[in-house]
Design a protein around this ligand. Structure first.
Ligand SMILES: Nc1ncnc2c1ncn2[C@@H]1O[C@H](COP(=O)(O)OP(=O)(O)O)[C@@H](O)[C@H]1O
Ligand SMILES: [Mg+2]
Length: 164
């Protein structure tokens, strides 16, 4: 199920907070791609299908896993594991001077390299490595906060009420 809580924007689609109707406590991210958009051409369709195929193939603790995907005449809906901490670009922007600490860099680089190594195992090359594509996830008990100071669980509860 999809909520209207926007998590981020990509080249061909927007990513929203979603959840599994059978287990409402399990939050997901859902990329919604408009197949009728002017810029959505045959090449874009190929890239999206590649993304779905690769995500369903790879099993790695450092690569988001695919949960479900649907294709309608107008849209693709790609449900994946949710990363609750935004992306590395946002974290960089939130820091004075755009700098992360050495300890943070060490953790990020270790996980990044490990994810890339896992991709290699499947003969997959990541061709769009950039800060916005490096997603962060923290255990919820660490109390990570969303944009307006609300935790993601609160945001989901609000979104569920709004969609009643
Ligand atoms: N699984 C996710 N969990 C949380 N945020 C996400 C997730 N997937 C994407 N996002 C957010 O949406 C943005 C765009 O998604 P992305 O998959 O990078 O789109 P594109 O395929 O166009 O590059 C990301 O930069 C990130 O901020
Ligand atoms: Mg991206």
């Amino acid at each position: 199920m999809l909520t209207d809580r926007l998590l981020g924007k990509g080249h061909y689609g927007k990513v929203y907070l979603g959840y599994d109707v059978k287990k409402t406590q399990e939050l997901h991210a859902c990329k919604v791609i408009d197949r009728c958009d002017k810029k959505f051409n045959a090449h874009a369709e190929h890239l999206v299908q590649n993304e779905i195929e690769n995500l369903s193939l790879v099993r790695s603790p450092h690569i988001i896993s695919l949960k479900q995907h649907y294709k309608t005449k107008q849209h693709y809906y790609i449900f994946t594991e949710l990363c609750n901490g935004g992306d590395l670009g946002l974290l960089k922007k939130s820091r004075p001077g755009g700098r992360l600490s050495e300890d943070e860099c060490r953790v990020v680089m270790k996980k990044l390299v490990s994810g890339l190594r896992d991709l290699c195992e499947f003969d997959i090359v990541h061709r769009d490595l950039k800060l916005a594509n490096i997603l962060l996830h923290f255990p919820l008990e660490e109390g990570l906060e969303g944009e307006n100071g609300s935790k993601l669980e609160t945001l989901l509860a609000e979104a569920l009420v709004a969609s009643d």
